[in-house]
Design a protein. Structure first.
Length: 113
């Protein structure tokens, strides 16, 4: 069986579930929150592995705790990470994803790292 590789941005997704999106200068309280490796290519790699194929993510992470967490999360999901490069002095990308509990609508703020 051949290896399926995906290449893309390495983002750590920070999900928060809210009743409403905040307006300017407003604070809202989240009902749930979780963090996981994200980005389209990483999500694809995890999906391929769950379908029973060997998968590998190709991309760069920053030399920081989020980068290490990104790699470890993919490993726990069964994805090969041997082609992930750690860039000294760089920060790992992150995306804050607000999900409206009533509709599933999303609003995102991205830092590409």
């Amino acid at each position: 069986m051949r290896l399926v590789a995906s290449c893309g941005n390495a983002n750590v997704d920070i999900f928060v579930v809210v009743d409403e999106f905040p307006r300017a200068d407003q604070e809202v309280i989240a009902s749930d929150a979780y963090v996981m490796a994200g980005g389209s290519a990483a999500n694809f790699s995890v999906a391929v592995h769950r379908l029973g194929r060997e998968s590998c993510f190709v991309g760069c992470v920053g030399d920081d705790e989020l980068g290490r967490e990104f790699v470890e999360d993919l490993r726990r999901s069964g994805v090969c990470t041997r082609y992930v490069v750690t860039v000294p002095g760089a920060k790992t990308g992150r995306v804050v994803v607000m999900i409206k509990s009533s509709t599933g609508e999303r609003a995102m703020v991205a830092f590409r790292g």
